[in-house]
Write a protein of this length. Structure first.
Length: 406
C-alpha cells in the first residue's frame, strides 16, 4: 500500500486559520497510524478554530506557535524544525498562509520554517471559493507550484460559509494518499521518457496556419512528473507559452511532420507519452505568398493526412511503452478503447471535452484504459493528475517488463 511509505517519516504539519483546521486532528491520527512522526506548527489563526492541546495530545509532541519562543532551548524553533522535517505538510493552507509563503515572510513560525527548510513542502488549500478563484490566490498558487511545492486539492462542494464551489480541504484520507504518492521513490532512474505536448501548426501560407486550442499544460506537467520519478525526459512540444520544466530536454517543433521526425529520431525511449494535439491533416500545398481574398463566396483548401506519430512508434521493433491521449466529446470509453487498439497503445488516457473543459484549463479529469483494466482520475489540477497518471504508467510499465522478462 502506498501509505506504507509514511512509516518512519518525520512530518511537520502546518495548520493555518481555516474552519477546516479541525481536520488536522484526523490527518495527525492517520500519519501516526501509518508510522510517521508528526510535529505540529499552528498559526495564531488556526488556534481560533482548534486548540493546540488537541493537536498536541494527538501528535504526542508540543505544538509550536511562536517564532521567538523563550522556552525553546535556542529560541530557534524554526531552524530546528526545518532541519528535523523530511516533509512539511500544510493542511489546511489558508489564502493568507499561501500569500505569506510566496512573499518569503518570516514574522510567524510557519512561514519562517518554510523559508528555512530544505524538505519538500505540500500544501492542501482550504478557503471560500471566491477567495480561491481570486487572481491573487491563483497567482500565488502558480508561484508556489513553479517553485516546486506540491499542491493537494482543493476539493469542490458545499462550503462552511454556505457557498458551493472549489476551495474545500481534501478529506484527510485523500491528503495522506497523495502525500504518500509524492514520497514514492524515483522508480524511473535510468529510463528515458519522451513526452509530446501542445498543438501543431500546419502552415497554409506565410501568414496563416491550421492549429488547435491545446495549451500544452498537461504534457508539461507529465514531463515534470517523469523527472520527479527520476527519468531522463525529452519534451517535444508544439508552439506553447510555457516555461520549460527544470531538468527536461526540450525540443521545439511547429508541424506534425517535425514532431514525427523528432520523435522517430529517438530510438531508445523506454516510455513515449503522446500528449500533443497533433493535426490529423495539413494543407496539401504550402503557398509561399499570402493567399489573396477572391470574389467567390466559397473557397476550399485541399488537405493531406499527417503521419500518426504514436502508431509509428508502437510499430517499432524495440517497442517502448506507449501512452496515448484521447480527447472526446462523447462515447469516451468506446472511442478511447478503439484508439488504443488501432494505434497498438499500451495505455490510453481519455478526457471529455466540452464547454470550459480541458483546453487551456488548469484542471482536468481522466479515464485511463489499458488492456487489463481501467482507472478513473477525478477532476484535479493537471499537475496532480500528471503525477497520478505517472504512478499508473510506472506500475503498468513494470508489469509489462516483468512479463517480458519471464
Ligand atoms: O487519433 P487522435 O488524434 O484522436 O489520437 C490522439 C492521440 O494520438 C494523442 O495521444 C496524440 O498525441 C496522438 N497522435 C499522434 N499523431 C497524430 C495524431 C495523434 O501521435 N498524427
Amino acid at each position: 500500500m502506498a501509505e506504507d511509505i509514511l512509516a518512519g517519516k518525520k512530518i511537520v504539519l502546518g495548520v493555518s486559520g481555516s474552519i477546516a483546521a479541525y481536520k488536522a486532528a484526523e490527518i495527525i491520527r492517520l500519519c501516526r497510524k501509518a508510522g510517521a512522526e508528526v510535529k505540529v506548527v499552528m498559526t495564531r489563526g488556526a488556534c481560533e478554530f482548534i486548540t493546540p492541546l488537541t493537536l498536541q495530545t494527538l501528535s504526542g509532541s508540543p505544538v509550536a506557535m511562536d517564532l521567538l519562543d523563550a522556552d525553546e532551548e535556542s529560541a530557534m524553533g524554526h531552524i530546528t524544525l526545518a532541519r528535523w522535517a523530511d516533509w512539511v505538510l500544510i493542511a489546511p493552507a489558508s489564502a493568507n498562509t499561501m500569500a505569506r509563503i510566496v512573499q518569503g515572510r518570516t514574522e510567524d513560525l510557519l512561514s519562517a520554517l518554510c523559508l528555512a527548510t530544505e524538505a519538500p513542502i505540500a500544501l492542501a488549500p482550504a478557503m471560500n471559493n471566491k477567495m480561491w478563484t481570486h487572481k491573487a490566490t491563483q497567482q500565488n498558487l502558480a508561484v508556489l507550484s513553479g517553485r516546486g511545492n506540491y499542491i493537494l486539492g482543493p476539493a469542490s462542494g458545499e462550503q462552511a460559509c454556505g457557498e458551493e464551489g472549489e476551495g474545500r480541504l481534501l478529506e484527510p484520507e485523500q491528503i495522506i494518499a497523495l502525500l504518500s504518492q509524492l514520497m514514492v521513490p524515483k522508480r524511473l532512474v535510468g529510463n528515458r521518457v519522451v513526452v509530446t505536448a501542445g498543438p501543431t501548426h500546419e502552415p497554409i501560407d506565410p501568414v496563416r496556419y491550421i492549429g488547435n486550442r491545446s495549451s500544452g499544460k498537461m504534457g508539461f506537467e507529465l514531463a515534470c512528473a517523469a523527472v520527479e520519478a527520476g527519468a531522463e525526459v525529452i519534451l517535444i512540444t508544439g508552439p506553447v507559452h510555457l516555461t520549460t520544466p527544470s531538468a527536461v530536454c526540450r525540443i521545439d517543433v511547429e508541424t506534425a511532420q517535425q514532431m514525427y521526425d523528432a520523435v522517430m529520431d529517438i530510438s531508445d525511449a523506454d516510455i513515449v507519452i503522446g500528449c500533443a494535439a497533433v493535426a490529423d491533416y495539413r494543407p496539401a500545398e504550402y503557398q509561399d505568398k499570402k493567399i489573396k481574398k477572391a470574389d467567390s463566396e466559397c473557397s476550399s483548401l485541399a488537405l493531406i493526412k499527417n503521419h500518426d506519430i504514436l502508431a509509428a512508434v508502437s510499430q517499432r521493433k524495440e517497442q517502448p511503452f506507449v501512452v496515448g491521449f484521447a480527447a472526446e466529446t462523447d462515447n469516451l470509453a468506446e472511442y478511447a478503447k478503439d484508439k488504443m487498439k488501432a494505434k497498438n497503445l499500451d495505455m490510453v488516457a481519455a478526457n471529455l471535452i466540452g464547454k470550459d473543459m480541458v483546453f487551456g484549463s488548469d484542471m482536468n479529469a481522466l479515464q485511463v484504459f489499458w488492456s487489463e483494466g481501467e482507472q478513473t482520475m477525478a477532476t484535479a489540477f493537471k499537475s496532480h493528475l500528471a503525477r497520478e497518471l505517472m504512478t499508473l504508467i510506472i506500475e503498468r510499465y513494470d508489469a509489462k517488463n516483468s512479463i517480458k522478462n519471464t
